[in-house]
Design a protein around this ligand. Sequence first.
Ligand SMILES: NC(=O)C1=CN([C@@H]2O[C@H](COP(=O)(O)OP(=O)(O)OC[C@H]3O[C@@H](n4cnc5c(N)ncnc54)[C@H](OP(=O)(O)O)[C@@H]3O)[C@@H](O)[C@H]2O)C=CC1
Ligand SMILES: C[C@H]1O[C@H](OP(=O)(O)OP(=O)(O)OC[C@H]2O[C@@H](n3cnc4c(=O)[nH]c(N)nc43)[C@H](O)[C@@H]2O)[C@@H](O)[C@@H](O)C1=O
Length: 364
Amino acid sequence: MDKNSKIFIAGHRGLVGSAIVKNLKSKGYHNLLLRTRSELDLTDTSSVSNFFETEKPDYVFLAAAKVGGIVANNTYRADFIYENLMIQNNVIHQSYCNNVKKMMFLGSTCIYPKTCPQPMREDYLLTDTLEYTNEPYAIAKIAGIKMCESYNLQYGTNFISVMPTNLYGPNDNFDLEKSHVLPALIRKVHLGKALENNDWDAIDEDLDRLPIGKVSGSDSKDVKIIALKKQGISISTSGEVSVEIWGTGKPMREFLWSEDMADACVYLMEKRNFEDTYKKEEKEIRNTHINIGTGIDISIAALANLIKKHLAFKGVFVFNTDKPDGTMVKRTDVTKLSSLGWKHSIDVPEGIALMYSYYIGQSE
Ligand SMILES: NC(=O)C1=CN([C@@H]2O[C@H](COP(=O)(O)OP(=O)(O)OC[C@H]3O[C@@H](n4cnc5c(N)ncnc54)[C@H](OP(=O)(O)O)[C@@H]3O)[C@@H](O)[C@H]2O)C=CC1
Ligand SMILES: C[C@H]1O[C@H](OP(=O)(O)OP(=O)(O)OC[C@H]2O[C@@H](n3cnc4c(=O)[nH]c(N)nc43)[C@H](O)[C@@H]2O)[C@@H](O)[C@@H](O)C1=O
């Protein structure tokens, strides 16, 4: 990529897309092509085709997708498979039709089997059954990998697929029903702490910024208490606050700061090509995708305790085992990524501090 290249970042307002834009701008790339969903619905084949034919981007980052936490994936199963297949089919195919020089497809480490050997190497793909809660989403992502691979092999395109671990950072989703665990716990513990301090200004500010269901800061205290309780944030008559954690707290997860993720994406787009993603002597070229992560995991209970400590929350956690645990362990093998020359910079404790500053800073 050179600094004048026309670069389309699909999903530029999302967690990863916004971090990619920031990273590219900081490196002097200025010819960025950005479209909101209302300007360009990527599930609409003819609109995407017209857009590519008119704009002719040189490079494409595909960071647009239907994304959500474990319960959202499990609930909106049809939406997750349909929208993701449509978005990626349209963008990948049009990248080929319009001679895009290099395209990056973002998948997820949920593509690996539920009981995958650990850490998960790229060649464990399609060796066993997927985890149920995110099977439709994972199947769409696997189709994306295979589509990139197949276009590269048949048409000589230069499409790179990256499989990020769980991500978090600025522009994350804090909607407690749809978000991933880290932003959810940051918000729940923040609200729990405000409740134990009887700090209704902080609660109102939070609910005004992002209502819980339809409840905002201007509703009555009783309505707000019921809404918080529904999300597992409650106060006992003795004044002890409890915050609910979904599942047993035993699943292990690996977390990568979104700006590290963006840095890895830009690094690979600048410096690596499809041909760097497999060994030349391989007769059957497959598993050309690249894991992006830290290789370090932590249990959900330990994560919650780190957040509790950082926020100086005095209350207790309760575990709701009616909610799914999902995969018990999914640690990425980052050998391939390391061999391509990239490593993460932000570990979870520092990331929690950054994330909380971002979260409370939004209201300033
Ligand atoms: N977050 C995570 O922990 C992980 C994410 N990933 C993958 O990384 C990528 C980026 O995820 P993330 O940044 O978290 O997601 P976000 O939900 O934060 O952002 C997704 C973006 O996609 C856009 N988008 C969704 N549907 C459409 C559509 N039909 N037309 C146009 N734009 C659309 C959204 O636009 P709008 O803002 O207008 O809604 C939004 O900007 C995805 O491929 C995801 O699967 C992989 C592993 C973990
Ligand atoms: C990135 C990845 O994200 C999804 O998979 P996931 O890793 O299971 O996602 P998660 O962040 O929602 O949960 C991680 C763990 O944490 C537990 N957990 C506790 N308490 C809360 C909680 O309050 N909210 C959430 N969301 N989870 C909680 C939760 O029960 C689970 O055990 C995929 O569907 C797919 O989208 C994908 O690729």
